[in-house]
Design a protein around this ligand. Structure first.
Ligand SMILES: [Zn+2]
Length: 300
């Protein structure tokens, strides 16, 4: 299959999938339960999530492997199951994806290099172990996501490139500061991220989670001040979560999310999908908005 980067460079805007974590909760994942263990214990539920995003029009889907690194799995006594869980995660999404792509999710380890929690080679070994199993399970690309520290992201990119032949996607989670800047929890700006990840050899870069679809426009614009050509992927939350009668609710409707698509494309986004709180209905609305944008552009 053609690489994601080549497809994007031919001018197509691609659709990615939506939330996994909040979807698993809707299917009954309990607080304190290991989401990734569901790849082994609730295979049909996990497959149904993947299939629902494909049915909604996603060109690529992620995997239920966000926290499936040895450090996070260790909290659940599953550090010895990294290979098994990641293989299953990729195989499940592969099964559901048909001729679409599988971009396998790799999240942060929760360990901070700058605090001396862990050494760089330990981080790389952990990411490599995860990436190898995801490739064996059938992933087309590795999507390193929700990153906030440059050093951890760079270790992950290096590990993926050393241990697999997969395309490497890397996205950071930004918040808006009181000074109206976008920064990660660790203080990294979109421009700093872009420069570092491109130098590190990432094939696709971008942003996920954070503060919603509208904020992503500013983030993409800032990335584009550094580089005009690198493919940019956006997985936006359905807004900032609010608590309504004891329940966490994500305020952005599918139509609201879709209304930002023309601006996102104009800013330079190439791949658009959702993060926390987005559903297959959001993805269907995004896909329709991209098609409408294409028709409009074709009509001049
Ligand atoms: Zn999110």
């Amino acid at each position: 299959m053609e690489s994601i980067a080549d497809t994007v460079k031919s001018g197509r805007v691609l659709i990615s999938d939506g939330a996994w974590g909040t979807f698993l909760q809707r299917k009954g994942l309990q607080p304190g339960e290991c989401p990734e263990a569901w790849c082994l214990t609730h295979r049909q539920d996990v497959r149904a999530i993947a299939a629902s995003y494909i049915a909604a029009g996603a060109d690529m889907i992620e995997t239920n492997s966000f926290g499936a690194n040895r450090f996070k799995l260790d909290h659940f006594g599953l550090a010895g199951s990294v290979a098994e869980i990641n293989y299953a995660a990729a195989a499940i999404s592969r099964e559901a994806a048909g001729d679409r792509r599988v971009i396998a999710s790799v999240g942060p380890t929760g360990k901070l290099l700058m605090m001396g929690d862990v050494a760089e080679d330990e981080l790389r070994a952990a990411f490599g172990e995860q990436a190898v199993a995801l490739e064996r399970g059938g992933a087309d690309a590795i999507c390193i996501e929700t990153m906030s520290a440059l050093d951890e992201a760079m270790a992950a990119i290096r590990a993926v490139k050393e241990t697999t032949s997969l395309e490497t996607i890397c996205t950071f989670a930004f918040e808006k500061t009181k000074l109206d800047e976008y920064r990660t929890m660790m203080g990294v700006t979109p421009a700093e991220m872009a420069a570092a990840l491109i130098a590190g050899g990432a094939d696709v870069i971008g942003a996920n989670c954070g503060c919603g679809f509208e904020a992503m426009v500013g983030i993409v614009r800032e990335i584009r001040t550094v580089n005009k050509d690198i493919p940019v992927l956006i997985h936006a939350n359905a807004g900032m979560p609010v608590v309504e009668s004891g329940e966490i609710v994500y305020p952005w409707s599918p139509a609201a999310a879709a209304s930002v698509v023309p601006e996102l494309i104009a800013a330079g986004a190439n791949i658009i999908g959702g993060c926390c709180g987005t559903t297959p209905e959001h993805i269907r609305a995004l896909a329709n908005a991209v098609q409408a944008f294409d028709r409009h552009s074709a009509a001049g």
